[in-house]
Ligand binder design. Structure first.
Ligand SMILES: NC(=O)C1=CN([C@@H]2O[C@H](COP(=O)(O)OP(=O)(O)OC[C@H]3O[C@@H](n4cnc5c(N)ncnc54)[C@H](OP(=O)(O)O)[C@@H]3O)[C@@H](O)[C@H]2O)C=CC1
Ligand SMILES: O=C(CO)[C@H](O)[C@H](O)COP(=O)(O)O
Length: 517
């Protein structure tokens, strides 16, 4: 039996509510706090219905909440990111004692996490940033959990997390100590960046299949097939895509019912708004981090841009009118449908793998900067099951050989892996054919196109940036390295050693002639 027999859940929305039931299912008493009594009542009702009688209780003040907890206290946050957590922490701190633990299971920005960790440090309260993944279904059944912070607090709470977290195919829990400071929230943030890249690649493939004339349910069957074998085997986002493709509002699925109830997917508008409404920040933060860490993340960047562009439906409609109909994708007349679908499957895989590679590179660079001592074998384990980016083939064949041995962050770049090289060389011609077809027929394929460019550029040794560098030196005296220079620094991102006087600076009179005024 865990020492945490009575814990707090602060925030009883879709994730917190589900996790409260998850802990209650494990026999733990869960003390609830949420501004909405209705939200707490809903959790209590579900707990009672599930037979967890008396295991959940609502509180409207922190005194009664904290007094109801076993010690050391374990307080789980499932709150919107930003100021809410600060306010809650401020309210709780006077009631907490040395050894108590806050487990922040929201998608918090890692800098907020570290700021709060610093605030708590002098008091002996442990603040753990624990990204959770898998959506509200996983919150209820057991999410993938990514905790980071000080080791003492992590070791205290880990046995309980082992019990409630998602389990992989071998039954091992998808949770482990990720690293120090804000590492847990950082890795979860990048998980979401990868998620966005993968979702973009998959939705672009879906759009292309629609233009091939395939019906929603036919596409669902194809996605099911993709998920069952090969490089996309066991990919959660592909599997839920297969599942959602067949869903109708209600009814029994009979043919008369099919006429009455359209497929839900056929009614969904093309608008992703979370980044703009501020509900979620992870997509913005992971792309900002990619840029700030100087990591080329082609797929992630354009996936985010697609979301942003999609959100402004009204602007798109207005521009569409101004452009007299814009550039709508043409119907695709594909002679050998099966061969093209196979290309599309491989292209989708390349987009998913590109997302993983870019995400891992962001994590590695941040780990070096912040000295979090990330345990990459745990990153691998945490992403094995229960999370949105779960991808069994990638996990078993691409990540395991690199991550399981917990390499140094310097050796993490998956583009150095012979397995990745083999797979991408196999998928690249298919990706090229799909992108070429998409370009030719105006399909929307930013993440697929960016992934093609990514692999071409990140493995290329003859880029057109020679000309770029020359122009920079021409107008800005920014220096350049020369082909054939043997200095090892040439291989590093360091300023070049040469400047050429392409055009000497001249006086205003020499440049413009005699002024007219
Ligand atoms: N939804 C998902 O799939 C996932 C979400 N997350 C993260 O988990 C966290 C929660 O997400 P989610 O459950 O979807 O969001 P919800 O909005 O459903 O839940 C958040 C809850 O916190 C409550 N809340 C607000 N202020 C306080 C406060 N001062 N004290 C106690 N409770 C408060 C909200 O109440 P009210 O509505 O009345 O303001 C709401 O019930 C977020 O950080 C999210 O990014 C992580 C993984 C997956
Ligand atoms: O964290 C999550 C999954 O891992 C949540 O589902 C989150 O709501 C996804 O939203 P976004 O795509 O905006 O990050």
């Amino acid at each position: 039996m865990s020492k945490f027999t009575s814990i707090a859940m602060i925030g009883c929305g879709s994730m917190g509510g589900g996790m409260a039931l998850l802990f209650a299912e494990d026999g733990v008493h869960v003390q609830l706090s949420d501004p909405s009594e209705k939200a707490m009542d809903a959790v209590i009702e579900k707990a009672e219905k599930s037979g967890y009688n008396g295991k959940t209780k609502k509180h409207t003040d922190y005194d009664s909440l904290c007094n109801a907890l076993s010690t050391p206290r374990l307080i789980v946050f499932s709150l919107p990111h930003g100021g809410v957590g600060d306010k809650v922490l401020e309210g709780l701190m006077p009631k907490l004692s040395k050894g108590d633990i806050i487990l922040d299971c929201g998608n918090e920005h890692f800098e907020n996490t570290e700021r709060r960790q610093n605030k708590c440090r002098g008091t002996g309260v442990h603040y753990i940033g624990c990204g959770v993944s898998g959506g509200y279904q996983a919150a209820r059944a057991g999410p993938s959990m990514c905790p980071g912070g000080d080791e003492a607090g992590l070791k205290e709470v880990l046995p309980l997390l082992h019990k409630v977290a998602a389990k992989d195919k071998e039954g091992k829990p998808c949770v482990g100590i990720i690293g120090r400071g804000g590492a847990g929230h950082y890795v979860k943030m990048v998980h979401n960046g990868i998620e966005h890249g993968m979702m973009s690649a998959i939705c672009e493939a879906w759009g292309i299949m629609r233009k091939m004339g395939l019906g929603y349910e036919e596409i669902g069957d194809i996605l099911k097939e993709w998920n069952s074998k090969g490089e996309l085997q066991g990919t959660f986002l592909v599997s839920i895509g297969a599942n959602l493709s067949h869903k109708r509002e209600s009814g029994d699925g009979s043919s008369s019912d099919k006429q009455e109830h359209p497929l839900v997917i056929s009614e969904v508008l093309d608008k992703v708004v979370q980044d703009i409404t501020g509900e979620e920040g992870t997509g913005i933060w992971s792309n900002t981090e990619a840029i700030e860490m100087h990591v080329p993340a082609f797929t992630l960047n354009v996936a985010h841009a697609l979301r942003l562009a999609s959100a402004y439906r009204g602007d798109r409609e207005r521009a569409n009118k101004a452009f007299d109909g814009g550039f709508p994708p043409n119907d695709l007349d594909i002679k050998d449908k099966n061969a093209f679908l196979e290309d599309l499957r491989k292209a989708t895989y390349a987009g998913c793998l590109a997302s993983y590679i870019q995400g891992m590179n962001i994590i590695a660079r941040a780990d070096q900067k912040h000295e979090w001592a990330i345990d990459y074998s745990q990153v691998w384990q945490i992403w094995r099951g229960g999370c949105i980016i779960q991808a069994d083939y990638i996990s078993d064949n691409i990540l395991a050989p690199v991550l399981k041995s917990n390499p140094s962050s310097n050796d993490l770049n998956l583009n150095f892996s012979s397995v990745v090289a083999k797979d991408i060389k196999n998928a690249f011609p298919a990706l090229r054919r799909v992108v070429a077809k998409a370009v030719e027929t105006d399909q929307v394929a930013p993440a697929l196109s960016a992934s093609l460019e990514y692999f071409k550029i990140s493995t290329g040794t003859d880029l057109p940036t020679s000309f770029y560098e020359a122009e920079l030196d021409y107008f800005g005296s920014h220096m350049f390295d020369k082909k054939g220079d043997n200095d090892p620094e040439v291989k590093k991102p360091m300023e070049g050693k040469h400047h050429f006087e392409w055009k000497p600076a001249t006086s205003q009179k020499e440049t413009y002639g005699k002024p007219s005024v």
